[in-house]
Design a protein around this ligand. Structure first.
Ligand SMILES: Nc1ncnc2c1ncn2[C@@H]1O[C@H](COP(=O)(O)OP(=O)(O)OP(=O)(O)O)[C@@H](O)[C@H]1O
Length: 264
């Protein structure tokens, strides 16, 4: 039996505005199944907005997004939405649900409100894999910020998407849990041939885990490619206004050492 050929996510000349202000123009990308991509770029450049636009939450000004036969805006809204699993940046939750219930919710649509043993088993497996199984019976609102982030990550994994979109999923995590989350995501991305896109502010984590970086800035795409090829002092200066040395780690991946902000 041959494996099905999975289609790339294709963005063609995408333009995007928020509250009437142009944010991104003429963005074209082709994202391959089984690959992990990191979106990097300064605050307010449109990283979150781009993710929300991909899921259909924000309309495009111009351009096209497609995945195989499906096209954003032309396919049925729910069919398009079902291709994605999206973990938003803000995961504050003051609701009377346990961690296990929140994780099971990741499959609520497929369940038709009935929770079968297989789903429960999967949810427990996800909690175990993300290291928070001991928290399964705690109310979600009583967890620490990092614990809650891991719980919502486990929930995001519960859907069976073609595309995983994670907005700063490690922002509240300690060093060990940052690696645990990204290791798990990288492993599952290859195993399930997901197209995974993660917003990260830590350039070294992005360089360590991403097959390619998507660098946003100046109203569009500044650079796209493997970290070792594109993450240069010139790109960092141009994107962030920061002077930095770019060294090389023992695996040949770039290692960014920021030195100073450039004077205005
Ligand atoms: N609902 C909204 N109403 C008005 N402006 C908005 C809204 N949402 C986002 N913006 C603006 O759009 C711009 C892009 O925001 P976005 O959250 O996409 O940036 P980002 O690159 O993800 O930023 P950060 O790195 O700070 O998370 C910002 O200037 C933001 O203030």
């Amino acid at each position: 039996m041959t494996a099905p050929v999975l289609s790339p996510l294709i963005l063609k000349s995408v333009g995007l505005s928020i509250a009437g202000q142009p944010l991104i123009r003429d963005l074209s990308l082709s994202l391959t199944p089984g690959h992990l991509y990191a979106i990097i770029g300064p605050n307010g450049t449109g990283k979150t907005s781009l993710m929300r636009a991909l899921t259909g939450e924000i309309p495009l000004d111009s351009g096209h997004v497609s995945l195989g036969e499906a096209t954003l805006g032309r396919s049925h809204r729910t069919d398009w939405h079902d291709l994605f699993s999206y973990m938003p940046q803000d995961n504050t939750a003051d609701i009377a649900m346990t961690v296990l219930e929140v994780v099971v919710m990741g499959r609520l649509k497929a369940l038709d409100l009935h929770i079968d043993d297989d789903t429960l088993h999967q949810a427990l497996h996800r909690l175990d894999a993300t290291g928070i199984l001991p928290l399964a019976d705690r109310l979600i609102g009583t967890l620490s910020g990092g614990q809650r982030q891991m719980a919502f990550f486990a929930q995001t994994l519960m859907r069976d998407p073609r595309v995983m979109l994670l907005d700063e999923p490690v922002s509240a995590l300690d060093l060990s849990h940052q690696l645990a989350l990204l290791d798990h995501l990288a492993d599952q991305t290859r195993r399930h041939q997901w197209i995974s896109v993660v917003i990260l502010h830590d350039l070294n984590l992005a360089a360590q885990y991403a097959d390619a970086l998507i660098v946003l800035g100046g109203g569009g795409l500044k650079a796209f490619g493997p970290p070792a090829q594109i993450l240069t002092p010139a790109l960092i200066a141009d994107t962030y206004g920061v002077e930095a040395d770019v060294l090389s780690d023992r695996h040949g991946r770039p290692l960014v050492q920021p030195l100073r902000r450039r004077s205005a």
